[in-house]
Design a protein around this ligand. Structure first.
Ligand SMILES: [Zn+2]
Length: 573
């Protein structure tokens, strides 16, 4: 079951012809419009932004084709690289457009926006960055220096980690291999892996602490130069949300940490341990979960979608029937899974590596959720199709909830208990852990001057302890486990977006179960169809809620309480 790329291009000759066309149009676009935006009449502006979008969409189509070829066969690396190069040289001709728009006087910008309502949110988002943009000369210096400041430390972190190995049982394991042993059914294996991981990290602490300090200082300097209020503001701007709504999210999560304590107390009982340590957190409750081959997974997911909204069923059926999906692992095919949005005039493409596990069934639901979102939002156009991180995982995680509800009734008690445990632990790690990460980062970035290692360790333990309370004994090993989290280095304050997405889905799911189902499905479908053309605040308004109000987030917490109650019931049985 391979995907059919002919919706993008019949063959490489057609691809080449499009590349040439994109290049010619980009050059003539630059010749006609560069330096002239301020003189353009509103109609001429509308015409130019349409052309700008159309060229970008064409480039998107070319890059999708090249990338998908590469994703299923790594031998196509140089083929892909060639198109990347072509793309960036063509994109240079288009760069001026956004910059020049942001240099226009405000009344002119407003006049242009008013006459191009289809591009309102896109253009307004551009304007929001304006107060923090520096002169062209300064931007150029920052861009050049970035390679040897923040980016350089990020790269140092990656390169250093890729060379690290961890000695376990006489073998040298990679980070991924040693961490996967924390999910082993055998407690000795988990314990030894935790020790080996810590032992491997320890000698690198001075370097890892230094890198983190440099990232912190680099961000502080950039925020000062650009005039941001604090270190997290640029991220909120990117995510199209306010500090207030992030604060409301963090407060709701922290106020419900007792759910984590209750869960792990139960888990300790089920595993028969008096004390759980950090390496017991992901211990499986059963040796082997039930299997679902691709046909079985497909049937379950389609039925679940159909019950929710026949339109979802229709889109997913097209995905199965019209070659949108590349299903099985293959030699030279990349691992993992994704749904690529391609372009509004084609359709999304889904990559899977289905091996019949229960996890694969949920991955199918997850990626089809993305695909449905991407397909439903095609009318907003290419420039507004990109969703910020805060809402980009809504449809996918929501689809997983639908699949979860669909399979849970047909299981034995043991299987059901283990399904619930993995769902709850999944929610804990995307919601609560990421809140821990965020409040830890807040402490680090608020710290005056550089931190020494013991201060990193102390802040880390203080924040982690809040989540686990007395339910998990965090050993001295755990003190250094802040030092391997790549997000702190690559993209400061990134992690709360995971919590945001997770709790948003739970809140919506709670609403779905409680409210008028037909009305909810209608609102939810229009929420998805809006794609990236509105802010999360506006999107949530469709359901009659305010995202800056803790009450909304409380709906999501309520869903975790329900899951936990049901799990408790199974443990007593
Ligand atoms: Zn996803």
């Amino acid at each position: 079951m391979n995907w059919d790329l002919s919706a993008l291009y019949e063959n490489e000759k057609a691809l080449e012809a499009d590349l040439l066309d994109a290049k010619n149009r980009a050059i003539s676009f630059e010749n006609v419009c560069k330096g002239k935006l301020k003189e353009l009449h509103v109609n001429e502006f509308l015409e130019s932004i349409r052309e700008y979008e159309s060229i970008n969409e064409k480039l998107g189509r070319i890059m999708t084709y090249a990338f998908l070829k590469f994703a299923t066969n790594s031998d196509n690396g140089s083929f892909y690289a060639r198109y990347q190069q072509e793309h960036s040289s063509i994109a240079e001709h288009l760069l001026f457009f956004e910059l020049e728009f942001n240099k226009l006087a405000k009344p002119k910008q407003e006049e242009l926006i008013a006459s191009s309502p289809h591009y309102k949110f896109y253009l307004e988002s551009l304007m929001e960055e304006k107060p923090y943009q520096l002169s062209q000369k300064e931007e150029r210096i920052l861009l050049k220096k970035e390679m040897t400041s923040g980016s350089a430390f990020s790269r140092l972190f990656d390169e250093h980690f890729s060379r690290l190995t961890f000695s376990y049982d006489g073998k040298k394991l990679s980070e991924e291999e040693i961490l996967s042993k924390l999910q082993d059914a055998n407690r000795e294996v988990r314990k030894n892996a935790a020790n080996a991981f810590t032992k491997g990290l320890k000698p690198h602490q001075p370097l890892l602490g230094y890198i983190f300090n440099m990232i912190k200082t680099d961000l502080a300097n950039e925020c000062e130069l650009r005039g941001y209020k604090n270190a997290e503001q640029p991220r909120h701007l990117d995510n199209k949300i306010t500090q207030k709504s992030v604060d409301a999210l963090i407060k709701s999560a922290e106020d419900s940490f007792h759910l984590v304590h209750e869960y792990y107390a139960l888990k300790a009982k089920l595993l028969g341990f008096d004390t759980l340590y950090e390496y017991d957190r992901y211990a499986p409750l059963e040796d082997k979960a039930s299997e679902y081959d691709f046909e079985a997974s497909k049937k379950i997911v389609l039925e679940a979608f159909n019950q929710f909204n026949p339109k979802f069923f229709e889109i997913a059926s097209m995905a199965f029937e019209q070659g949108w999906i590349d299903v099985f692992p293959k030699n030279k095919k990349r691992g993992g899974a994704f749904s690529h949005p391609a372009t509004p005039s084609t359709h999304p493409y889904v990559l899977l590596n289905h091996t019949n596990t229960r996890r694969d069934l949920f991955t199918l639901a997850h990626e089809l959720g993305h695909a449905i979102h991407q397909y439903l939002s095609r009318d907003v156009g290419y420039l507004a199709s990109d969703t910020p991180l805060t809402t980009s995982e809504t449809a996918s995680v929501f689809a997983e909830m639908l699949a979860f509800d669909a399979i849970k009734e047909n299981l034995t008690l043991d299987e059901k208990r283990s399904l619930y445990a993995s769902k709850i632990e999944d929610i804990f790690s995307t919601l609560y852990r990421q809140i821990n990460f965020t409040t830890f980062e807040r402490k680090v970035h608020a710290h005056e001057g550089e931190l020494d290692l013991s201060t990193f360790n102390r802040y880390w333990m203080e924040e982690s302890q809040k989540m686990f309370g007395k339910s998990i004994e965090l050993s001295s090993n755990y003190h250094l486990w802040w030092s391997y989290i790549p997000h702190f280095i690559h993209s400061p304050f990134y992690c709360y977006a995971y919590s945001y997405g997770q709790l948003l889905v739970l809140a919506l799911y709670g609403l779905y179960k409680k409210s008028d189902k037909a009305l909810f499905v209608q609102n939810y479908t229009s929420f998805l169809a809006a794609g990236g053309s509105q802010s999360p605040k506006e999107l949530i308004k469709k359901f009659g809620f305010d995202i800056e109000d803790e009450q909304f987030w409380q709906l999501g917490i309520g869903e975790i309480e329900i899951l936990l109650q049901e799990f408790k019931g199974m443990c007593d049985a």
